[in-house]
Design a binder for this molecule. Structure first.
Ligand SMILES: N[C@@H](CCC(=O)N[C@@H](CS)C(=O)NCC(=O)O)C(=O)O
Length: 265
């Protein structure tokens, strides 16, 4: 574990490399909540970084080799897997895998603008709530759309792996009828409400006006994925209150988060 902090202002500082997931070679849209949260964390902390964009199929082809080539890999106790996000930090010659492990590494190595705020358990709790209430609820609405936006080899792999995971075809898993979709939109509308209230209370992020946290980045990542899958429903899901009135809090939150995204290398 790296405990030595790094000086980003030093002239010898080299940009951190982020291995990101993109939808296809042509458009390169980021859609993974897991990688997006790391992407936002790097931008928010002001750590100079470069993005290596990989399609899903490229992740399966390149990540095992990449991990083998590294002399120093930090990952979860469960061990390294063939997934992104991964960062390589040339300043410490360290490769770090898994968004949670990366968040820990970033706060240890670059303590300015912390994202875990010495409350890792609370951050994990928020992460799990966002995953359960906002991501998993949206899955049956968006999975087929995500599939349709991937390049062909990635789409084939996505179908194979996700159908195995869910024990049914993507078509069977997807809710397509109007009533079923309405029920999901309504559930998401209810579930986003406490997060919106927290952001309105603080006037900025989930727990504070000026300081973001790991959970904020994951919330933005999940909203970004849902927007990627079902852009037309974004307003109904996130910007419409139970009584039908419109509230742009979550849109402003997401737009603010987008300012941390690296524009180009
Ligand atoms: N717990 C991991 C999950 C990483 C993960 O599942 N990443 C996906 C992209 S969203 C991936 O790389 N999948 C590769 C595959 O499906 O083979 C993290 O938070 O980093």
């Amino acid at each position: 574990m790296s405990t030595k902090t790094q000086d980003m202002i030093s002239s010898s500082f080299k940009p951190v490399v982020l291995y990101e997931l993109v939808a296809d070679d042509d458009h390169g849209r980021y859609f993974s909540p897991n990688t997006y949260q790391t992407h936002l964390a790097l931008g928010y902390k002001g750590i100079p970084f470069e993005v290596v964009s990989l399609t899903l199929i490229e992740v399966t082809e390149k990540i095992p080799e990449l991990l083998k080539s590294a002399s120093n890999v930090l990952s979860l106790p469960s061990g390294a897997a063939s997934t992104v996000p991964i960062i390589y930090d040339p300043n410490t010659d360290t490769m770090v895998q898994d968004s949670w492990r990366i968040a820990q590494y970033l706060d240890e190595t670059y303590p300015k603008k912390p994202i875990l705020h010495n409350q890792p358990n609370m951050q994990l709790l928020l992460h799990d709530l966002i995953q359960k209430d906002l991501l998993y609820v949206a899955f049956p609405m968006i999975l087929l759309d995500v599939f349709s936006k991937l390049d062909q080899p990635s789409a084939k792999y996505f179908r194979e792996t996700r159908e195995k995971m869910f024990g049914k075809s993507l078509e069977e898993f997807t809710v397509k009828d109007a009533d079923g979709q309405k029920a999901i939109v309504s559930k998401l509308r209810q579930n986003i409400a406490p997060f919106r209230e927290a952001i309105k209370r603080s006037g900025g992020y989930l727990s504070d006006k000026a300081n973001a946290s790991h959970a904020d980045f994951f919330l933005a990542g999940v909203m970004n994925l849902v927007n990627f899958g079902k852009t037309d429903y974004f307003r109904d899901m996130y910007l419409t209150l139970e009584d039908g009135t419109q509230d742009n809090t979550m849109q402003d939150f997401l737009l603010n988060m987008e300012t941390f995204v690296k524009k180009s290398n």
